[in-house]
Design a protein around this ligand. Structure first.
Ligand code: BGC
Length: 746
């Protein structure tokens, strides 16, 4: 449809129809029809007509059901306007690849884009039009369970990944022409804004950030998604400086729409309009609806303040018809861009789902994604397993197929377990034995998942027997590989933890195994940074595998055998212990820094009982080979802010050499430091990175261009600008590198 035709359509729609476009309901409610009229429908205060006029649907992931709903809806709707189907597809639809935190660890935006494109195709075939991804919240507090959904603590890395995901989902065609090509889905960036900084790491908690910190560290990733043409933005649950995002006109209107020019659809998070009552910012549903409309929020997710209150608000002109029409027009424009008016089913194709989803090709891509996401934190020479090494694979994860994170709506039978993958390779080189050792959770822990409840139901005797078998297997073996970690329901939404250690039963297993076999390695499943002090002491090697997805087992076995050489880097600092959080590398220095001071001086900014540094810093990760990075060479040590000057940028170069005996990949990272600004500046900030793959003994030059633009920050005057002065740049293999050179901006 042309824009003119769309406008004509809006003009022709009744008020009720228009308000309907601004309502999203859960699929179950639509499927249930009249049966549920006395249940959730009654609670929502919606009539059957309201339900049948709703413009979009959340959470249906059955292509047959989507077809059925769309068919009956379009037929019944007065203007035959199709529904939008939306779902959280955050790491693949049928073929699951690593959780977003694992994707952050790849430092490989090209790979992330490819995986997002694969996900879009599977999602589209399943009949879904919009994915609630990417989640780009900056996360610095390991207690928060939703660390797993983000690409980490760093605004620059998050920006790069946000762009890659949006482009992978939506495709360039949409960016160029505003129309989606086949096999693509609309992306929805979330949770705007700053949901990743809840006080004390407790989910849904309030967020207090200065505007400067917000603009420097939190907003850039959302803006990168907007600049990449993201179709939708989701509001966050939290209050930001005491105003809930869903009713925050400054955030939604002034910043998002005016400053950034976002013209797409804004949707609330689940029930967030009604939650403004609980937040104590609205006395009733009418006020909540008014606040959300005033903030230019288009779609209300799963509560009913808009359908119940907008008629009255429009009647007394508190909300104007123009405002309503603008919101409806945004929703209809998205439907139009997806081609739904011409074909309400779009890519939906049950046969193709059977043929293509989970295909060998998609599995191969997911496996590659998993392999690249693994981070080798420690290795005292026991990995990879040498041929003929008798290896005991031990731990609750060797048989678990549940090695995928939250928001994976799959049948776990499609997942390759570690045992399965190892058995395939068993006779070839490395002889494997297996023992479970313990359950994932401690007895007495009860986890309430989205739909299931998880508990350890083993008896004490069964636990003792498992432990004995594991110890016996470890004794017999040359190397013990312990596959341990968080339960998948321990991270994700509503999964904040005050203690970030492994469950005690797993630590007991580790202690018992390490006591009989000094060659113990740990493969670690986790959706957040964990306190790894004891693991680091007892294990000779640690391989972080996050939640790797469908091909997790194969990727892990390939890596243990050396067929994959780990190259992942931490996208988030692993704290020394929970008392250190929130912790991140790009901190302000303080007036009394510990680094470089006399450690006997009491009056320094530090803890008296633990180090200031995290146990494993951002950007850190080892390889089975070793790399050397030469000192930094600059082509000039001065760049100019003057637009007419010739030296507007400088080039910093290093030589990277693979000094080991096997091929590998190093992520070479560029950090910048501003020695003094009109406001205090972080100790360093990531401003670039490059993956370099080198054969044994090979070298390559890696260069980064530093421009004036890269030195800008939110100055004392409240604008992004650079200030003349002295800077440092560092190029190395983690945020801890000291390989640097100084330069001046004049
Ligand atoms: C989550 C969102 C998600 C939405 C819809 C909410 O509970 O916070 O991230 O997109 O549900 O499933």
């Amino acid at each position: 449809m042309t824009e003119k035709e769309l406008r004509r359509l809006v003009k022709d729609m009744s008020r009720k129809e228009k308000i309907g476009q601004l309502l999203q309901l859960p699929g179950a409610l639509l499927s249930g029809g009249e049966e549920v009229a006395t249940g959730p429908l009654a609670e929502l205060g919606l009539s059957e007509e309201d339900v049948y006029l709703a413009g979009s649907v959340l959470g249906v992931w059955s292509p047959g059901e989507i077809r059925r709903l769309q068919q009956s809806y379009v037929k019944r709707h007065p203007h035959h306007i199709p529904l939008l189907f939306m779902l959280d597809v955050i790491n693949g639809c049928d073929t699951i690849y690593p959780i977003p935190l694992g994707l952050g660890a790849t430092f490989d935006p090209a790979l992330v884009k490819k995986l997002s494109k694969m996900s879009a195709r599977e999602t589209a075939l399943n009949g879904i039009h919009v994915t609630f991804s990417p989640m780009v919240d900056t996360v610095r507090d390991a207690r928060w369970g939703r660390c797993m959904e983000s690409t980490g603590e760093d605004p620059y890395l998050n920006r790069v990944m946000a762009r890659a995901m949006v482009r992978g989902y939506q495709g360039r065609e949409y960016e160029r022409t505003g129309t989606f090509e086949d096999s693509r889905v609309a992306a929805c960036v979330k949770h705007f804004a700053a949901y990743g900084a809840p006080t004390a790491g407790r989910d849904y908690n309030n967020v207090e950030l200065s505007e400067r910190t917000l603009r420097e560290d939190y907003l850039p990733a959302y803006q990168a998604a907007v600049d990449a043409g993201v179709s939708m933005v989701m509001t966050s649950f939290n209050t930001l400086n005491r105003v809930p995002s869903t009713g925050n006109r400054w955030l939604m209107h002034d910043v998002l729409r005016r400053e950034w020019g976002f013209e797409g659809v804004v949707i609330t998070d689940y029930a967030a309009v009604a939650e403004m009552l609980a937040h104590g910012i609205a006395e009733d549903a009418r006020e909540a609806a008014r606040l959300a409309m005033a903030a230019d929020v288009d779609i209300e997710m799963c509560t009913s303040c808009y359908p119940r209150e907008l008629p009255g608000l429009l009647e007394d002109r508190t909300v104007s018809e123009k405002q309503l029409d603008a919101a409806v027009m945004r929703v209809l424009s998205l439907k139009n861009a997806l081609g739904l008016f011409e074909n309400p089913y779009r890519d939906l194709d049950e046969e193709r789902v059977e043929q293509e989803c989970l295909s060998d090709e998609n599995r191969r891509k997911a496996r590659r994604g998993a392999e690249e996401s693994f981070v080798l934190l420690k290795n005292d020479g026991i990995l990879p397993l040498a041929p003929e090494t008798k290896t005991a694979l031990i731990g609750p994860y060797i048989d678990s197929r549940e090695m995928y994170g939250a928001w994976s709506f799959i049948d776990s039978e499609s997942v390759v377990s570690i045992r399965e993958a190892a058995e395939k390779k068993k006779n070839k080189s490395v002889p494997f034995t297996f023992a479970k050792g313990c359950e994932i959770l401690d007895r007495g822990t009860k986890l309430i998942g989205f739909t299931d409840v998880y508990e350890n139901t083993a008896t004490e005797e069964e636990e003792e027997r498992m432990l004995e078998e594991a110890v016996a297997a470890a004794k017999e073996a040359d190397t013990a590989v312990l596959c341990l970690g968080e339960h998948r329901a321990q991270s994700g939404e509503a999964a904040s933890r005050a203690e970030i250690t492994l469950p005690e039963c797993q630590l007991r297993l580790l202690r018992a195994v390490a006591a009989v076999n000094p060659n113990t390695a740990v493969v670690l499943f986790n959706g957040r940074p964990l306190d790894l002090r004891e693991v680091s002491e007892l294990a000779k090697a640690i391989l972080v595998v996050w939640f790797p997805g469908t091909e997790g087992g194969s990727a892990i076995v390939n890596t243990l055998l050396g067929r994959n050489n780990p190259s992942g880097k931490l996208p988030i600092s692993f704290p020394y212990c929970v008392g250190q959080v929130p912790v991140h590398y790009a901190q302000l220095i303080t007036g009394r820094p510990l680094a470089g001071s006399d450690p006997n001086n009491r009056f320094l900014s530090r803890y008296t009982d633990i180090p200031n540094e995290p146990l494993y810093p951002f950007g850190f990760g080892l390889s089975y080979t070793t790399f050397e990075i030469s000192p930094v060479r600059l082509d000039t040590a001065e760049i100019s802010r003057n637009k007419k000057a010739e030296n507007r940028s400088l080039t910093a170069t290093v030589t990277v050499t693979n000094t080991g005996d096997r091929a590998g990949c190093e992520v070479v990272q560029l950090y910048l430091r501003d020695y003094a600004g009109s406001v205090a500046r972080p100790i360093r900030e990531l401003r670039g990175f490059e993956r370099v793959t080198l054969g044994a003994g090979e070298s390559a030059e890696v260069s980064f261009t530093v421009t004036e633009k890269m030195l800008r920050f939110w100055t004392i005057d409240g604008a992004y600008a650079s200030e003349p002065g002295r800077f440092a740049l560092y190029i190395g293999s983690s945020s801890g590198t000291e390989n640097g050179a100084d330069f001046t901006l004049c």
